[in-house]
Design a protein around this ligand. Structure first.
Ligand SMILES: Cc1cc2nc3c(=O)[nH]c(=O)nc-3n(C[C@H](O)[C@H](O)[C@H](O)COP(=O)(O)O)c2cc1C
Length: 369
């Protein structure tokens, strides 16, 4: 599975994987794909350095990348406490009532909640970059919009390619104008923040919009046949996020959550603002239902919603409160039915890709196979 982009990066398979787990990213890189470590949770630069050290030791000199979150709308010049103060009391009461209804225990004294607003601040992403450029990363990806021009220039000075996610051809054109090297066309089916256009429609639109820039197809890809479809639509590779969540290398910290993912069908996700205030596809739970219920107070804009629910989400995860327990994940969750190692996933993807290519060749009358 070789494309111009995979040759440029020196990888065997044009399979890119976003993951918050270093062990998954390293395993994908070792399996011949391209692991991209999500950095949003590293609010302390030394934690990122520790995990990049680990990545260095476990990737056999093969290439990998880093994904940061630099929101187009900056949250600068205000403290976390000032942002906290903007949250209406009615919303706080709603969180308390929803947790109480399900008997969710408190965190222990002094126990921090997982998600902090700081992870979404440009300065934090910049601190992450100060660390990252000391490592031989080959790709820098940005989730929300084009990175600022000086960041693009700095990446290029270090010989690092810059990728950015796009949910529409308009976003993609903006990235191209900002000097981005690779556009990830992420369809509606995808886990995490996502737009309203399905991959089947989006991928060729983005390919046309930014040609000759390379495009990676993302959203709803979990089999080799789907990879073949993405490449047939003009992509130079694929970018997968959800599929890695149920790999043996992933560390979800909750067997109950893994079990839920393995059992979920493709109709069990919802695009909801419940987690961050922006539409993000995730498992549908009683928690997302509560936020999406017109009888409730509704969600707050980013970054307030994330700050409002951070502690609640930590409590739900820690105590594995099944009806409320969720995670960002895409519609491909319906095909994530058994735990597999990353190498096995890649083997199955490449086998499925070859089968699909043979099938199309037969249909096109190009092969007797
Ligand atoms: C649990 C989870 C967390 C995600 N967090 C990020 C993120 O921090 N940054 C980012 O660029 N994309 C993030 N994404 C989106 C992925 O990069 C990718 O585009 C998406 O998962 C592809 O669609 P798929 O889920 O159908 O494979 C996340 C996806 C998942 C499933």
């Amino acid at each position: 599975m070789k494309t111009e982009l995979s040759r440029t990066l020196g990888i065997e398979h044009a399979i890119f994987g976003f993951t918050p787990f270093p062990a998954v990213a390293a395993a994908l890189t070792r399996a011949g794909g391209f692991g991209v470590l999500g950095a949003v949770r590293y609010t302390a630069p030394e934690d990122l350095a520790r995990d990049l050290d680990w990545m260095q030791e476990h990737t056999d000199g093969l290439p990998y990348g880093l994904d940061v979150v630099m929101p187009a709308k900056k949250v600068e010049g205000v403290t976390e406490a000032e942002v906290e103060a903007m949250i209406p009391e009615g919303h706080r009461a709603f969180v308390r009532a929803t947790l109480a209804k399900h008997g969710v225990p408190e965190l222990a004294e002094g126990e921090a909640s997982g998600w902090r607003i700081t992870g979404w601040m440009e300065q934090v992403a910049r601190n992450q970059l100060d660390v990252a450029f000391d490592y031989p990363i080959k790709l820098l990806a940005n989730a929300l919009g084009s990175p600022p021009p000086d960041v693009v220039a700095r990446a290029h000075d270090h010989g690092v390619l810059v990728a950015a996610l796009a949910g529409s051809a308009r976003h993609a054109r903006h990235h191209a104008e900002a000097g981005i090297d690779i556009v990830v066309a992420q369809g509606y089916e995808a886990g995490g923040h996502t737009g309203e256009i399905a991959s089947m429609v989006l991928t060729p639109e983005v390919v046309d919009a930014v040609s000759p820039l390379p495009v990676l197809a993302a959203g709803g890809i979990g089999s080799g046949e789907q990879i073949a479809a993405g490449l047939a639509l003009g992509a130079q590779g694929v970018w997968l996020g959800s599929i890695w969540l149920t790999t043996t290398e992933a560390d979800l910290h909750s067997r109950a959550l893994t079990a839920k993912l393995l059992a979920a069908g493709s109709g069990d996700t919802v695009r909801s603002r419940a987690l961050t205030g922006k539409p993000a596809r995730q498992l549908r739970t009683e928690w997302t239902d509560a936020w999406d219920d017109p009888a409730g107070p509704g969600t707050l804009p980013m970054p307030l919603q994330g700050l409002l629910v951070a502690e609640a989400v930590s409590r739900i995860q820690k105590y594995e409160i099944d009806p409320l327990l969720g995670t960002p994940v895409g519609q491909i969750v319906g095909r994530m039915n058994e735990e597999r190692g990353v190498q096995q996933v890649v083997d199955e993807l490449t086998r499925g890709f070859e089968k699909a290519v043979d099938r199309i060749n037969r249909i096109a009358g190009r092969s007797d196979a």
